[in-house]
Design a protein around this ligand. Structure first.
Ligand SMILES: Nc1nc2c(ncn2[C@@H]2O[C@H](COP(=O)(O)OP(=O)(O)O)[C@@H](O)[C@H]2O)c(=O)[nH]1
Ligand SMILES: [Mg+2]
Ligand SMILES: [Zn+2]
Length: 363
């Protein structure tokens, strides 16, 4: 990969570790610039971006088979290699780089779906209006923790707050670990770019999550310096009734505005079951783990045991939410053994894919 090519792909969120994986996947294809990032996923096609332009492409059948076997699918944020089969003029998606991380959700049947892949930062977007909800915030923090993604809390509508900003910040501080940054903004104002710049430089990718109406699309438009995404504001005066953000999509933030990273806008997931193991949920409640050392009983569940240090010190609502999220995580349908087998199978497939592509590249 030439420095010029890397620079072009860095605009799409490429970092050195991912570049190594891409090259391993397809070492001989530098000149064809076949590396792309998935910016939208549709039923049978995906929209890809190669650093210069975006275009629609279909996955090759062999890739679909590999993905099905691994119980995976293409997701927004995936890196892929394209190929132009003999006698064809359009590129196809030939291979997916095994994602470095992903956010998944579980549907009603407990089946996992990848929501987005290769993410550095999760801005949790919450309005300082009726949207303000500390339990939902804790839920998203568990999701970030499970995927090893840096969370940042973005409180929108600070220009017209229903909850005074200071009170909201204080309330959050009683519930959220100190290392999580919290900012209050007017999502429509360009000053939001400077506030979010630490997470949206070149090679960085952030995914906006939060309920519908929280201001995610508004933020996306401000950060990209365009009006690509439909927001509640322009929907209201559109007589044809333009629809809300219905799918996830990846956008390039504005270099002119001091940014350069990628941002993924998402629709509000009505019930995002935190796809986190019980350990992940527990680990995202650091204060519980620390206080538990002082409980009278080693195996204290922090319910009604005497001498429970957690119950004595934690806000009751936070402890209730902790128990609730743990219960949901325990409703995992697959056994640990099944999960382990799935992971092993996926690792084997991605290894053989790499080996195969390497061979092909040398031939
Ligand atoms: N006053 C104010 N309005 C906002 C702000 N952020 C979003 N809005 C408005 O809130 C509504 C919903 O925003 P939208 O971006 O569509 O929310 P989404 O569903 O999360 O994408 C729109 O009418 C926006 O104009 C903000 O920071 N301040
Ligand atoms: Mg939206
Ligand atoms: Zn206890």
């Amino acid at each position: 990969m030439t420095p010029e090519h890397f620079a072009k792909l860095a605009r799409l969120g490429m970092n050195p570790a991912m570049a190594r994986d891409l090259i391993a996947l397809n070492p001989a294809a530098d000149t064809h610039w076949p590396y792309c990032r998935v910016v939208e996923v549709h039923r049978e096609t995906a929209v890809l971006h190669d650093g210069e332009r975006s275009f629609s492409a279909r996955p090759l059948p062999a890739l679909l088979q590999r993905l099905a076997l691994a119980q995976r699918s293409l997701a927004v944020g995936d890196w892929v290699a394209t190929a132009v089969p003999d006698g064809d003029s359009t590129p196809w998606i030939a291979a997916q780089v095994p994602p470095h991380n992903s956010i998944t959700r579980r549907d009603g049947d407990g089946v996992r779906h990848t929501v987005v892949a290769n993410i550095d930062c999760l801005p949790i977007v919450m309005g300082l209006d009726h949207d303000f909800n500390l339990r939902r915030l804790e839920r998203y923090l568990a999701v970030a923790h499970a995927s090893q993604i840096t969370p940042v809390v973005v409180l929108t509508k600070a220009d017209a707050p229903v909850h005074p900003v200071d009170e909201a910040l204080d309330a959050i501080r009683t519930r959220v670990p100190g290392h999580v940054e919290v900012i209050a903004v007017d999502g429509r104002d360009a000053s939001v770019c400077a506030r979010l710049a630490p997470w949206l430089g070149l090679s960085q990718t952030a995914v906006l999550m939060g309920s519908s109406g929280a201001g995610k699309s508004t933020l996306t438009n401000t950060l990209t310096g365009s009006a690509t995404q439909d927001t509640g504001a322009n929907r209201a005066d559109d007589s044809r009734g333009r629809h809300t953000t219905t799918a996830r999509s990846l956008h390039l933030t504005s270099v002119a505005l001091g940014l350069g990273g990628c941002i993924i806008d998402t629709p509000g997931l009505r019930a995002l079951a935190p796809d986190a193991d019980a350990e992940d949920v527990a680990a995202s409640f650091e204060d519980v783990a620390q206080l538990a050392a002082h409980c009278r009983f080693r195996n204290c569940e922090h319910r009604d045991e005497p001498g429970c240090a957690v119950r004595a010190a934690l806000p009751a609502d936070r402890l209730q939410n902790y128990h609730k999220l743990l219960r949901e995580a325990a409703r995992e349908t697959r056994t640990p053994l099944q999960r382990q087998a799935e992971r092993a199978r996926w690792t084997a497939i991605s290894k053989s894919t790499r080996a195969y592509m390497k061979l092909k590249g040398r031939a």
